[in-house]
Design a protein around this ligand. Structure first.
Ligand SMILES: Cc1cc2nc3c(=O)[nH]c(=O)nc-3n(C[C@H](O)[C@H](O)[C@H](O)COP(=O)(O)OP(=O)(O)OC[C@H]3O[C@@H](n4cnc5c(N)ncnc54)[C@H](O)[C@@H]3O)c2cc1C
Length: 553
């Protein structure tokens, strides 16, 4: 934590030097003394300190300055550092102004110039004020702070990105913190470009992209080498398992992940059916352990990098990233999993991040403490979401099209939901409208048998209505089934005994696609069993085929 600041301001250079010298002499072990020779300079410095989350303990300001009086300046800086003690330096003639400002701006003291000897006229007064400040000050958090509006989608995405990458931050709602609002309003872009992410070094980013933010917080985003044995696309359980096995067996591996390691599993509040964790494990914990394990074996993990294309330049497979860079490898493994399907309801997009969320949005739990929320969908992920939010929300309603939760949801989850009083289930219903003033307040449900409609008050709706494979970017290159899943190995359609375009003498290996050296594993693969263990199993098993392929290049 940086030392708190004592700021002295005076336009007279001699007085400023003298006051700075006296403050340093007595306080420099505990405080940093900052001086400013004008009101403007002082305001800029006060804003900078607020940006960097450095507390100001005391302002010692001359009353007579040409561009702004000391009283006026204290009124301005009070908004930025409300807890700082405020002292005016006055000449005898200014004492009236000083006395008036005791009421006006809550002035703590005024000191008459000259203050010699400081041991008698300066330090005793300031010592008392600083003791008081220490007792009352809420010392600020000195890590990354995100300042934004609670119900803004961009604020939600930035928080989610940092949480999923396990980067600690403090969230500040500018509608509840007027000094932060004032600070944000004063920076370029200001309130129009939220959220603003403030860093301890005094810099900030307004509404940053994942990549910009990742670079700034020190996540690894750029490949160290232009060439690898294996490039893995997607850091879910399948990709991470593939990285662990490939790296542990001595291959040069890069894993490219567009968001954060963990994939869908990383968003799960508790995975209870993964072997070896009898009490379950949170998706975040599993993701962190798996990523650490892969790194320990030497795999490079890039975050916030999206792959937008792959091309073949034998014997290389070249992966193109959204930022324009390319990475070459002998073999590529697609473990891009599934993306959530969106709910087709008019106007729903305008509530994204403002009450409407796809998936579990775990970082929003505290926002809905004591509120009523809905879960849309009836599969296991919806069940986990309902149980998770029931720990925070007053009431959780699960809305399903089916006549009940079984059989789409695992038995253990159905039992747990039935045993939780605060969770209710509405069956045979679908969402047909969303309403609210700036944020979600109500949804309209239609009964699919009777077409009868009813309104339900709700602060948030978490949508879990299925998923679609993330394979569009390889649509021209790889064979996919009618739903977009990537076809591999023996499942590839054969013409005259060979897959389309296949020129090699051998058959495609297990997990190999119709392009030799490009493999697919996990949920994105046609025929995969969509479970964490199955994805881990496929990612691990695919290494056997990759070794076989590498022997041929
Ligand atoms: C909320 C929830 C709870 C679940 N709970 C359970 C459970 O309890 N038990 C269980 O067995 N299963 C559970 N599942 C299912 C399980 O999580 C999935 O089967 C598993 O995560 C699939 O792993 P995967 O690696 O194949 O793909 P994913 O987990 O989908 O990972 C794919 C990764 O690829 C990345 N990616 C995609 N496209 C690109 C691109 N172009 N460039 C770079 N990166 C890209 C994505 O960002 C993602 O991180 C749950 C799923 C969800 C959503």
């Amino acid at each position: 934590m940086a030392k708190p600041v004592l700021m002295c301001v005076d336009d007279d250079p001699q007085v400023l030097t003298a006051v700075e010298r006296d403050l340093r002499r007595h306080y420099q072990s505990e405080y940093r003394v900052v001086k400013a020779s004008s009101a403007r300079e002082a305001l800029d410095a006060a804003r900078q300190l607020k940006h960097r989350s450095v507390p100001v303990a005391l302002f010692l300001i001359d009353q007579r300055m040409p561009e702004m009086t000391g009283t006026k300046l204290l009124a301005e800086v009070r908004g930025l550092h409300p807890e700082a003690r405020k002292v005016l330096l006055t000449a005898y003639a200014d004492t009236d102004a000083a006395i008036e400002s005791i009421n006006e701006i809550g002035l703590d003291h005024y000191l008459m110039k000259p203050w010699d000897p400081p041991d008698q006229k300066l330090y005793p007064v300031l010592d008392d004020l600083l003791v008081e400040w220490k007792q009352r000050a809420h010392l600020p958090y000195d890590g990354i702070r995100i300042a934004g509006a609670r119900f803004s989608p961009q604020s939600h995405f930035v928080r989610e990105f940092l949480s999923r990458n396990q980067v600690p931050y403090q969230w500040i709602d500018i509608d509840e913190d007027s000094s932060m609002r004032e600070l944000i309003a004063a920076i370029p872009g200001g309130l129009a470009k939220l959220p603003v992410v403030l860093f301890p070094d005094g810099t900030y980013l307004s509404a940053p992209s994942n990549l910009k933010l990742a670079e700034k917080v020190g996540l690894h985003t750029q490949a160290k080498s232009p060439f690898y044995d294996v490039a893995i696309i997607g850091g879910g359980p399948a990709g991470l398992a593939n990285a662990v096995y490939a790296a542990s067996e001595g291959l040069r591996v890069v894993l490219i992940e567009q968001s954060a390691p963990g994939g869908q599993a990383g968003t799960s509040s508790r995975i209870e059916n993964y072997l070896g964790f009898p009490n379950g494990i949170t998706g975040a914990d599993l993701a962190q352990r798996a990523a650490a394990q892969a790194r320990r074996f030497g795999a490079e993990i890039l975050t916030a990098q999206e792959v937008v294309g792959i091309r073949r330049e034998d014997p290389y497979r070249i992966v193109r990233l959204a930022d324009g860079n390319e990475i070459s490898a002998y073999a590529v493994v697609l473990t891009t999993g599934l993306a959530v399907r969106t709910l087709e309801v008019p106007g729903i997009d305008s509530f994204l991040g403002q009450g409407v969320y796809y998936g579990a949005a775990l970082s929003e739990a505290a926002t809905y403490r004591g509120h009523d929320v809905c879960i849309i969908g009836g599969a296991n992920s919806a069940g986990q979401g309902a149980l998770f939010f029931s720990r925070y929300a007053r009431r959780v309603m699960v809305i399903v099209r089916a006549g009940g939760l079984s059989p789409a949801m695992s038995h253990y989850l159905v039992e747990r939901i039935n045993a939780t009083d605060s969770i209710g289930v509405i069956t045979r219903s679908e969402v047909v409208a969303v309403c609210g003033n700036g944020r979600l307040q109500q949804i309209v449900l239609r009964n699919i048998d009777t077409a009868e409609e009813r309104r339900l008050d709700t602060s948030a709706m978490f949508i879990f209505i299925g998923t679609a494979p993330r394979s569009e970017f390889v649509g021209d290159l790889l064979e996919r089934n009618d739903k977009g899943f990537i076809v591999t190995g023996p499942d590839l359609l054969k013409i005259n005994g060979k897959p389309r375009g296949w020129t090699l003498d051998r058959d495609p290996l297990m997990f190999e696609t119709n392009v030799p050296g490009i493999f697919a594993a996990g949920d994105v693969r046609a025929g995969a069993n969509r479970r964490v263990a199955a994805a881990v199993g496929e990612g691990s098993a695919a290494i056997y085929s990759i070794h076989k392929y590498l022997e041929t290049v």
